[in-house]
Every structure is written in structure tokens, then in C-alpha cells.
Design a protein around this ligand. Structure first.
Ligand code: 13P
Length: 280
């Protein structure tokens, strides 16, 4: 699997497009993502944070994705997003995840390198891809970001031998009240890319990022873009609306199709924006 994923990243790098990672914590969202990928013939990464995976169940997430992969014959990759400890990442790998992201951004660079190495060591033995993180990605209303230093990024990838790297370039998890997040620091992205070469780069916090910035980021070396908040908003707002419109409806398979449709629409828009349609 990692060779297959790395090949996809290489293809994306050469063709200047990116693969979306879409997060899910329930069947309806996963179904919406898969339907969008199927319609547009796109390779797709589906992600669960620790919290999301605890809700779905690690084994259950792996089984659902395997089942969709077999049915659609599409490259659908399951990634643990923001794994914060080696122990939890190990559980995800043992449950059948194809890829893991170790988020050591709360640690010093030394400690982040040390822990990431442990993850890489275990993941390699199980054929699982590892995404590392250098710098601190901001979180709207919670955490200020710290830009990735190109020299730290170089040291990090050299010492850990991660397969891909998540960068902090002004990207934020969540969406600002204005609905649009501040501009990305594309100059910093270029500096990181120049320093570390061809390691696939990952952009977290894709929701609310201006389309023009996304396009420029892809041109400057981003090959994976994570989207969560926009899907959560589409899901929750549509569900609320449908309860308002039909307050007596209690059959979930009757009110859920609208929710799936709303999430699918966002995923389709992102696939088109990232340029991954017809690349499966
Ligand atoms: P958003 O919620 O801002 O789309 O970010 C998702 C993400 O980066 C998951 O790792």
C-alpha cells in the first residue's frame, strides 16, 4: 500500500494536482465521499482523527473502507489523522489503516523527531505510510500557528524518513467567522519545497482556504489537502434544516439522503478544485 500511495503522490506531483483527504465519523459522510470519488473517478484519502476513529471504531472504519474499495475498485486510502501517541497509532495500524499521520507539533523538534521515528519504524514493518508534521498548524479560536522553518523541515525529514510532511504555512484548522481564512504564506511553502525537494507536502486546514491559494499551493508542491470543517457544516446544517422542514419525520433513511447529497456536493467541488478527477 505505501508504494501505491507514494506512486499516486508522484503522479500528482508530476501532473500538478492534489489528492483530497476527507474526514468522516459516520457512514453517511463516508458514503458521500465515496459517491463523489466514484462519480468523478478520483483517488481519495478518507481520514479519521483520534476522536472520529473512537466514535466509528478503528476496526469498523477499516472494514467499511475495505468494503467500499472492493466495490468501487477505486484507490480509497484510510488515514489516521493527527495521531498523537505511538500507542494509538499502533492500534490504528493493527486495525488495518493504510496510512497514519503523527502529530508531534506539541513537542520540541527533538522529541517530535524521536517519536516520529518510532512511528516510522513500526509502520514500515506493516507497509503503512507515515505523514509527519513540522511547525504548528493553527486552529481557529484555539491555537495560534507557528510557521514551519525550512531548515527544521529538512532535518525532520532526513532524520525521521517520513513519507510525507504536513506544513504550517498560515493554514488553519476550521473556518474564520468571515468564512474565509487568511492567505497562505506561499513564499514560505516555496522555501520549504526548495530546501527539502520531492517529499510530498500536505496542507491541513483546507476548509475556508481561498480557491486561488489552493491552486497556487498545488503549483508549489502540495499533493494532499485535508478537508473536514466544510463537510461537518454541510452535514449538520442540512440535517437541522430537514428537521425544521419535516419535524415529524423519524425514518433516518428518508431524511439522510439530503445530508449525503450536501456532503457529496462539497467533496465534488473539492475534487474538481484539486484536479484529481479522472486520475483513479
Ligand atoms: P479543516 O477542518 O479546516 O478542513 O481541516 C481539516 C484537517 O486539516 C484535518 O486534518
Amino acid at each position: 500500500m505505501p508504494a501505491k500511495i507514494l506512486n499516486l503522490f508522484k503522479k500528482a506531483q508530476r501532473g500538478r494536482w492534489a489528492i483530497g483527504q476527507f474526514n468522516f465519523s459516520n457512514l453517511e459522510t463516508l458514503k458521500a465521499i465515496v459517491q463523489a470519488a466514484e462519480k468523478l473517478k478520483s483517488p481519495t484519502i478518507v481520514g479519521t482523527s483520534e476522536g472520529e476513529s473512537k466514535f466509528v471504531g478503528l476496526e469498523q472504519a477499516a472494514a467499511l473502507v475495505k468494503s467500499y474499495r472492493e466495490k468501487t475498485k477505486l484507490p480509497i486510502i484510510l488515514n489516521l489523522d493527527h495521531g498523537r501517541s505511538f500507542d494509538y497509532i499502533k492500534k490504528a495500524i493493527d486495525a488495518g489503516y493504510d496510512a497514519v499521520h503523527f502529530d508531534g507539533s506539541g513537542l520540541s523538534l527533538e522529541k517530535n523527531i524521536q517519536e516520529t521515528k518510532k512511528v516510522v519504524n513500526y509502520a514500515r514493518k506493516h507497509g503503512v505510510l507515515v505523514e509527519g508534521e513540522a511547525g504548528v498548524i493553527g486552529d481557529v479560536g484555539k491555537q495560534k500557528g507557528v510557521l514551519t522553518e525550512p531548515k527544521d523541515a529538512l532535518r525532520f525529514v532526513k532524520e525521521t524518513k517520513v513519507d510525507s510532511l504536513a506544513v504550517a504555512i498560515g493554514n488553519l484548522h476550521g473556518i474564520e467567522a468571515s468564512g474565509i481564512n487568511p492567505k497562505l504564506n506561499l513564499k514560505r511553502l516555496k522555501e520549504i519545497k526548495e530546501k527539502i525537494g520531492n517529499i510530498p507536502l500536505v496542507l491541513h486546514g483546507g476548509s475556508g482556504t481561498p480557491e486561488a491559494d489552493i491552486k497556487k499551493a498545488i503549483k508549489s508542491g502540495i499533493v494532499k489537502i485535508n478537508i473536514n470543517t466544510e463537510l461537518r457544516m454541510a452535514y449538520t446544517n442540512t440535517l437541522k434544516k430537514s428537521f425544521q422542514e419535516k419535524p415529524t419525520e423519524i425514518v433516518s433513511y428518508k431524511y439522510m439522503p439530503l445530508v449525503v447529497e450536501a456532503v457529496q456536493k462539497i467533496v465534488e467541488e473539492k475534487i474538481r478544485l484539486f484536479g484529481s478527477q479522472n486520475k483513479a
